[in-house]
Design a protein around this ligand. Structure first.
Ligand code: MN
Length: 427
């Protein structure tokens, strides 16, 4: 892996754009997204505090030339053209933006007309999907989650399958139903078998759930037939988003043997709009759980490859109060992103710019750190108490779920914002 710290923006730098205390988006973050606003076509942007910075406007004014990225890349409705410039290009772009938006730089700050054109209040912006997602893979990399689900579905004896501690288990999902934060999710219809000694039935899912996950987005990989090693894997990762992998447990538990997740999963997943780069997360790098048994050599990579990211999920009934239902951490994950990508490509499978790889539900050891209602309510047997007196076994129509995530230490906070979705009744 290349030396990364030179790409971290120093903690004491500040922007001339107002950054509210406790914001997820100080100058050190510089995430990337796609937005539209009145009078503006969808285009690339970054964010400082509660201000969206229009990269098309900056590129047209020649202010991003030092990044080496063609200005046309910022005119598009996806970040994919920007991803073609790879990790080196995105690093140059963040360095260029940091210099331009620093409090000591007058170039844009004191150019009133250009500044007014380039800065858009967040409230006027609609955030869209940041990338055109090609392929989507969901891993299953939380040992606590896999153990909980395995215990419920197969019993404590068979909770972890024999392969689980030797490879990052995953499956190929569908990208077509991945939606931007704020898009409502319709309760799916499907086939279930609620009573094991009676025939299956068709209807609306009664066990609609969340999965608290993160996901990473890739740069273009290597040609088909070549693998990305664990040591070089992070050079192929553009950044991370929050991910809610909505799941219908009753459909899932009936359909999943022998080929795994299918219609219980592919009716919708939501992602947060701001892609946070690994360089922005670098100060929060941390060692993940010890791995025993030692993985095979192709999955071994020296140094810490986890990140200390605090995550929470909240549930708000329609017209009711928001209750925190889960607090967990990215660093509970047993398998790192580097190991996931190395495993994914070890057979020669190629990844392309804009592919999305999700972590799997992130659960910790404590009961309130479980990343799904399935676990939080132990398959509905321990209903969750909400702040306004209600209870939940699974999601009800009108419920809004929000996942938030941030890193913090020594006065530096880097966050993701949120991913949000409301459950609509079945149709
Ligand atoms: Mn999932």
């Amino acid at each position: 892996m290349s030396a990364t710290h030179e790409h971290v923006i120093a903690k004491d730098l500040q922007s001339w754009i107002e950054t509210p205390a406790g914001s997820d988006f100080p100058l050190q973050n510089i995430p990337f997204g796609i937005f539209r606003a009145p009078g503006r076509t969808p285009r690339a942007c970054t964010r400082i505090g509660d201000t969206v910075v229009d990269l098309q406007v900056l590129a047209e004014a020649g202010l991003l030339a030092a990044s080496g990225i063609n200005k046309e890349a910022f005119h598009q409705a996806t970040l994919n053209p920007m991803l073609a410039f790879g990790k080196a290009g995105v690093r140059r772009l963040r360095t260029t933006l940091c210099a331009l938006l620093r409090d000591t730089n007058a170039e844009l700050r004191d150019n009133t007309a250009l500044r007014h054109n380039a800065l858009v209040p967040l409230a006027q912006a609609t955030m869209l999907l940041p990338v055109a997602i090609g392929d989507y893979t969901d891993f299953y990399s939380s040992r606590e989650h896999a153990t909980n689900v395995g215990t419920m579905f197969r019993g404590a004896e068979n909770a972890l399958m024999p392969n689980w501690l030797h490879l990052p288990v995953g499956y190929h999902g569908r990208s077509s139903s991945i939606v931007a934060s704020g898009t409502p999710i319709r309760r799916p219809m499907g086939q279930m078998r609620p009573k094991p000694d009676e025939p299956p039935v068709f209807g609306a899912s009664k066990q609609l759930d969340i999965e608290l996950e993160t996901a990473f987005i890739t740069f273009g990989g290597k040609p088909l037939g070549q693998r990305i090693t664990a040591a070089e894997a992070e050079d192929y990762i553009f950044g991370m988003v929050l991910f809610n992998d909505w799941s219908a447990r009753d459909i899932q538990s009936w359909e999943y043997v022998p080929l795994g997740p299918f219609l219980g999963k592919n009716f919708g997943s939501s992602i947060s709009p701001w892609v946070v780069t690994l360089d922005a997360l670098e100060p929060f790098r941390a060692a993940g759980p010890a791995q025993d048994p030692q993985p095979l050599p192709y999955l071994q990579v020296p140094g810490p490859h986890g990140f200390n990211i605090s995550l929470e999920a909240t549930l708000q009934p329609k017209g009711g109060k928001e209750s925190v239902i889960c607090r967990t951490n990215f660093n509970y994950l047993y398998w790192s992103m580097a190991q996931q990508l190395a495993h994914h490509t070890v057979n020669g499978c190629n990844v392309r710019a804009g592919d999305l790889m999700a972590s799997g539900t992130i659960s910790g050891p404590a009961q309130d750190s479980f990343g799904s209602l399935l676990e939080l309510t132990w398959r509905g047997t321990r209903p969750l108490k909400l702040r306004d007196g209600g209870e939940r076994k699974f999601l009800e129509d009108g419920d809004t779920v929000v996942i938030r995530g941030h890193c913090g230490n020594n006065g530096l906070r880097i966050g993701f914002g949120e991913v949000r979705g409301e459950v609509l009744p079945a149709e």
